[in-house]
Design a protein. Structure first.
Length: 244
């Protein structure tokens, strides 16, 4: 199977153990880290980095924008056995482009990002959910396909201060539905997200997986979430509950 290990908590120790065994068995085993020079947590096992800046490492650097071909062409002269991409895909404009490049430049790898429980909770502020600068939410489906969901401003509907509206959203009433659809209110009025696990809300937890060969991904609903706010809010609540 392409995904050999996965978790929505933390498996970085397993990644280190994986690389220790690979490096011990093959001195020529090559590892590249994409977007991680600022926080080189696995620097002992990394041979090269691709990033905008050198950051905190003295290893070989390919400096450039990972959303563009140029820096990949420079690094692509070398085929790597393993790639690392941690807390990067959620920040960039083209996660699918980088995923394709990771699959092409390396034979296996480790990818991680904040889990969906974190990105839909007030982990950073009571005024918004998740991390304010992130563009995408990810979940790993049961078939091991990575689902990519746009993190629209609408996700802030789920902040804790909206408890009353979330409760109203549970009431099955045509009259209430009609009121909430009035233009002056413009409220999705769907219940809060009941599948979020508070025990997984931690800066030390993340969705992460080790892949070998390649792995599949897709944008949710072909990158078109809904026709209105209610449908979009319902999508975040109901569809993202599947997978890690």
């Amino acid at each position: 199977m392409p995904i050999v290990h996965k978790s929505d908590e933390n498996i970085r120790e397993q990644v280190i153990s994986y690389l220790e065994k690979k490096k011990d068995g093959n001195p020529d085993y090559k590892v590249i880290d994409v977007g991680g020079a600022r926080n080189p947590w696995c620097d002992k096992y990394v041979d090269a980095y691709i990033d905008l800046n050198r950051g905190g490492t003295s290893k070989k650097m390919f400096i450039g924008d990972i959303n563009e071909d140029k820096v990949w062409e420079e690094a692509g002269h070398f085929q790597y056995d393993f790639s690392i991409c941690t807390h990067t895909l959620e920040d960039i404009r083209s996660p699918d482009f980088v995923i394709r490049k990771l699959n092409s430049i390396s034979k296996a790898g480790f990818i991680s990002m904040p889990n969906k429980h974190t990105e839909l909770s007030c982990i950073e502020s009571v005024y918004w959910v998740g991390y304010y600068h992130h563009r995408w939410i990810f979940t790993l489906l049961e078939n091991d396909k990575l689902l990519i969901v746009a993190k629209l401003p609408l996700t802030n509907y789920f902040i804790k201060s909206n408890r009353l509206i979330h409760k109203i959203g549970r009431i099955n009433s045509d009259l209430i539905a009609a009121i909430l659809k009035r233009k002056f209110l413009r409220c999705p009025a769907v219940p809060s997200i009941e599948w979020i696990q508070k025990k997984k809300l931690s800066v030390n937890f993340e969705l992460g997986f080790i892949w070998e060969g390649n792995f599949d991904y897709e944008f949710a609903k072909d990158d078109y979430l809904a026709t209105n706010m209610f449908e979009a809010a319902q999508f975040y609540r109901s569809q993202l509950k599947e997978g890690l």
